[in-house]
Design a protein around this ligand. Structure first.
Ligand code: XIL
Length: 354
């Protein structure tokens, strides 16, 4: 077998990494806290139960400066079947944030994916529905007034194929554009200081979805809706074409509004086998670097926050029923809470261009 110079070097490195030499290799230096490297908040989503684990809580507070509740500030948790509100877990997330000096991002008030019983009962009842809609938003935003710096007021307004606005219980009862405008107005009424966002996914993968989202933004602004920022979730795969995230951020930034990269994870794809990673992991690391660079390329005043969707790989929603990728490793820290190269490239990007 003839080795090229490059592959000879590569095999030498591989040998030294797994032979005796590996023992004398110094352990990689710990990464500096990500939150210390950026002028904008570095966020992470959390579930209340994890905050009780000291190792989790310490790593979270050491690295991140902002929290998003993964699901416990959604209607599916807050609104009980009998119409009462349940604030215990959202309160304890908010309390944790306060105790550790972290900012809080509210997620989310109106989402097509949640149609709770108390609202279903009001379906078609005109003013009664609209009143309940307003009351819910006033109650939830009001509760965290002065603490939540921002809210995803309407989540995922565009259809999956990217062609139109989603029809839902909310749009049926309050109007297609109007349910978004009303929600923004009610949130503004409840907390005039909170920055109000709409948030969606695949804005980088599907340019047609981005265009539909941007047309919605145009209409909202034209009608004077209190929209303060745009959230782009950025649930992406390691093989997303190069430049896609940068193009999306650039387009979205054209309104001059702050941009929240709001739910980043980079999946290793279907049927990922950790023992045989091939080049997926390398491409994932490069993709993390690319996303961070693209965010840093935004004008500084438009960098609202950079949020990842989970702390350790073991916490990712992609391993659960909604993701169905039980072996995925899409985040910055491994199952044991050790920083991965994905965290290191973020640290590098944030410190290079702070
Ligand atoms: C997901 C959570 O991660 C899951 O735990 C939950 O069961 C379903 O929702 N877009 C969003 C998030 O805006 O709220 C979703 O979170 C992921 C996709």
């Amino acid at each position: 077998m003839r080795l090229t110079r490059r592959s000879a070097i590569a095999s030498a490195l591989a040998l030294s990494a797994c032979g005796q030499g590996a023992k004398s290799q110094p352990a990689p230096a710990p990464i500096p806290p990500l939150k210390s490297l950026a002028r904008f908040p570095i966020g992470c989503c959390v579930q209340e139960r994890w905050l009780q684990e000291p190792d989790y809580a310490d790593l979270l507070a050491e690295q991140f400066s902002q929290l998003t509740a993964e699901w416990e500030m959604k209607m599916e948790y807050i609104l009980r079947e009998d119409g009462g509100f349940q604030f215990d877990r959202p309160d304890s997330i908010a309390l944790f944030a306060k105790a550790r000096g972290m900012a809080l991002h509210g997620h989310t008030l109106v989402w097509y994916a949640g149609e709770p019983e108390p609202f279903k009962k009001l379906d078609g009842k005109g003013a009664a529905f609209a009143n309940a809609y307003r009351n819910y938003i006033l109650a939830v935003v009001g509760r965290y007034k002065g603490q939540a710096r921002s809210w995803d007021v309407v989540n995922e307004p565009i259809t999956d194929d990217g062609e139109r606005l989603r029809e839902s219980l909310w749009s049926r009862n309050v109007g297609l554009d109007d349910h978004i405008i009303r929600a923004l107005e009610h949130a503004r009424e409840a907390d005039p200081a909170a920055a109000l966002f709409i948030n969606d996914y695949h804005l980088e993968l599907k340019p047609n979805k981005r265009a539909t989202f941007m047309r919605l933004v145009e209409r909202l602004l034209k009608r004077g809706a209190p929209l303060d920022g745009l959230g782009t979730q950025t649930h992406i795969d390691y093989d997303l074409p190069e430049g896609a995230v940068g193009a999306a951020l650039k387009d979205l930034a054209s309104f001059g509004l702050p941009i929240h990269l709001s739910e980043l994870d980079i999946s290793l794809g279907d049927r990922f086998v950790p023992a045989l990673p091939g080049d997926r992991v390398k491409r994932q690391i490069a993709k993390y670097a690319e996303v961070a660079e693209a965010f840093m390329a935004l004008p500084e005043r438009q960098r609202f926050a950079f949020t990842v969707w989970g702390l350790r790989d073991s916490d990712t929603w992609l391993r659960g029923p909604s993701g169905q990728r039980p072996t995925d490793q899409p985040l910055l820290f491994d199952d044991a809470g050790q920083a991965k190269p994905t965290a290191r490239v973020l640290a590098d990007a944030f410190s290079r261009r702070a």
